[in-house]
Write a protein of this length. Structure first.
Length: 188
């Protein structure tokens, strides 16, 4: 069983690091140089392509994430507006960070929602999330990624140990504990 504490945490999603931001910028610079002929076009054309590439690519490459501790959850939310999100990535604007103690959570519900595929080329994943119903009536929905799927039973125990009622009406945890794929189970 995995023990969650302040030293041993589980991050769900990818944390934004300068290394990843700089790596993304380098890739966009190389692609921009390729599109402008590596100096064949005027420099201002390269700059326009570069700025456009960074404005579109950087916000799309990074998403909100959350961290599980032994006594709380910490949620790092980016803005839905791409320009504000770009400012948050470059540390020009502050990111929305919310800490929720387990004592403030009334109920947690695991939810798997099958995505309606409109094309045979649609390879995006189904929606797997956990809905936290807080004691103040607010509902917070967070995505569940593979990093948490492997430890979902431990996370359920952690929530129950902290007095949070856990609802699993779709029997997701038993499906995972049996070694079955959620995608295959819900898309039969």
């Amino acid at each position: 069983m995995m023990k969650f504490d302040q030293k041993t945490t589980l991050r769900v999603g990818n944390k934004v690091t300068w290394k990843r931001i700089i790596g993304t910028i380098i890739v966009v610079i190389l692609v921009s140089a390729l599109f402008t002929g590596f100096g064949y076009q005027p420099f201002w054309v390269f700059l326009i392509v570069l700025v456009f590439g960074l404005t579109v690519t950087l916000p799309a490459c990074f998403n909100s994430y959350w961290v599980i501790y032994d006594n709380s959850l910490k949620i790092f939310n980016f803005s839905k507006n791409d320009l504000i999100k770009l400012g948050q990535l470059l540390r020009i604007k502050k990111m929305d960070i919310k800490q929720i103690n387990y004592s403030d959570i009334r109920e947690a519900e695991f939810k798997y929602q099958k995505k309606q595929r409109v094309s045979p080329f649609d390879i995006s994943h189904d929606f797997f999330k956990i809905n936290f119903k807080l004691k103040n009536g607010q509902v917070i929905s967070l995505p569940i990624e593979p990093s948490l799927t492997a430890n979902l039973t431990d996370f359920q125990r952690l929530l129950e140990r902290n007095g949070v009622k856990v609802t699993d009406s779709q029997h997701i945890i038993s499906i995972l504990n049996n070694g079955n794929s959620l995608f295959e189970h819900f898309n039969q």
